[in-house]
Ligand binder design. Structure first.
Ligand SMILES: *Cc1c(COP(=O)(O)O)cnc(C)c1O
Length: 398
């Protein structure tokens, strides 16, 4: 099918939640590259929203999918699953968690975290501790509970009544948090580095302060590491930059390298609140998803991709900061590792992104002023140099 036929079919049969998409359809990829139906090659600097951390069609991942698919795809968690146990062990051995539960997406992992936090206090004998504090401009998913947790009205409006008992406070403001904590608070849920709202990191003082407030008030600390986890920021988990450990954290996006899988991870004292029957999932933790997740996570760890994200992220920041002197429209570059937001002092982000697309670079935007860069962790200096020279050329036009 050519692009026109695909677009027509989409417009006739698919629910219109994406509006006018970027007019392109990709047929295959390799490493940093994607090819469209017309045979054009693109450089992927967005990784399908932080998902394709290993780039496209990495042989180890393709092999893990194909070999597992030929053996057994699904059998339900009524039975023991070797691949599920292996991936859970790999996550536990490399994180602060003691136990893991697998879901199929980030939103679903967060739903599990919310349920676990409430259940933990119910079982401890505090039936009225159900309130969860989250941050303004956060993003936690698209289900009914996770849009209530999300601190952005655009995802919530028209879906009222929202799931109750999610309170919002501004990021990096300990006083606001302290004033909001009450007898009904059971948890604080936050992204160590906010992604969807334009790459906004929490500060070290803030996150350490949050941990102290949680300890003092006996509240659970939940980190949503769906986007900032798994090497994206230059460490395996975002929280490792802060010297702060959560009681619960969630993963998804990069974990399957594009194959759907999410994970709810917790310390033993919290995880043990779940008894048989308290939570479940038909697809969650199936052999295919877990075998794929194992291939992805072990590659990130064994191939030094956290280190690559740290080094090349630093290089990327240097190159952008050097451009600042020449290009006045460039205001700020923020983030960590390869989770990067470039802020302009004029609303040029959308037009710039279209121009980059015309030059065969794939990126994202937030609002009108922020360009979002989330390249695969396998990126090289040469890839960055190529991008920066195109970016510089285009920015001179503004
Ligand atoms: C993408 C994202 C989610 C939602 O993940 P889905 O797989 O789309 O449900 C949740 N939290 C954060 C921080 C995210 O970036």
């Amino acid at each position: 099918m050519d692009l026109q036929e695909i677009m027509q079919k989409d417009q006739q049969y698919y629910m219109n939640t994406f509006g006018k998409r970027v007019p392109v359809c990709f047929t295959h990829g390799k490493g940093m590259s994607l090819w469209d139906t017309e045979g054009n090659e693109y450089q992927d600097f967005f990784s399908g929203i932080a998902v394709s951390a290993l780039g496209h069609s990495l042989p180890a991942v393709v092999k893990a999918i194909c070999e597992q698919a030929q053996k057994i795809i699904h059998c339900s968690s009524l039975y023991y699953i070797e691949q599920q146990a292996n991936l859970a062990e790999l996550i536990v051995r490399n994180s602060c968690a003691d136990r893991v539960f697998f879901a199929n997406s980030g939103a679903e992992a967060n739903e599990g975290a919310i349920k676990l936090a409430r259940l933990y206090y119910k079982k401890k004998g505090f039936p009225n501790r159900f309130e969860i504090i989250t941050l303004d401009k956060s993003f936690h998913g698209r289900t009914l509970a996770t849009i209530a947790a999300t601190g952005q009205e655009k995802y919530q409006k028209d879906y009222s009544p929202l799931t109750p008992k999610f309170l919002k406070v501004p990021i990096n403001n300990l006083e606001a948090l302290e004033n909001t904590i009450c007898d009904e608070t059971c948890a604080i849920l936050l992204e160590p580095i906010q992604g969807e709202s334009g790459v906004n990191p929490t500060t070290i003082e803030y996150l350490r302060g949050v941990r102290e407030l949680c300890d003092k008030n006996e509240i659970l600390l939940i980190f949503d590491e769906v986007q900032c986890g798994l090497g994206r920021t230059g460490k395996l988990f975002g929280y490792q930059h802060y010297g702060v450990e959560p009681d619960i954290f969630t993963l998804a996006k990069a974990l399957g390298g594009g194959f759907p899988i999410g994970a709810l991870c917790a310390k033993e004292y919290v995880a043990s609140a779940f008894s048989p029957g308290d939570h479940g999932s038909t697809f969650g933790g199936n052999p295919l998803a877990c075998n794929t997740g194992y291939a992805v996570l072990s590659t990130i760890i064994n191939d030094g991709l956290c280190e690559n994200a740290a080094t090349l992220g630093e290089y990327f920041f240097e190159r952008i900061n050097a451009l600042k002197e020449k290009i006045p429209v460039l205001e700020e570059v923020r983030g960590k590792g390869l989770m990067i937001g470039i802020q302009f002092n004029k609303p040029i982000a959308k037009e710039l992104n279209q121009m980059l697309f015309a030059r065969k670079y794939l990126l994202g935007t937030v609002g009108d002023n922020i360009l979002r860069v989330l390249p695969p962790l396998i990126i090289t200096r040469k890839d960055i140099d190529g991008f920066i020279s195109v970016l510089e050329e285009l920015l001179c036009e503004f």
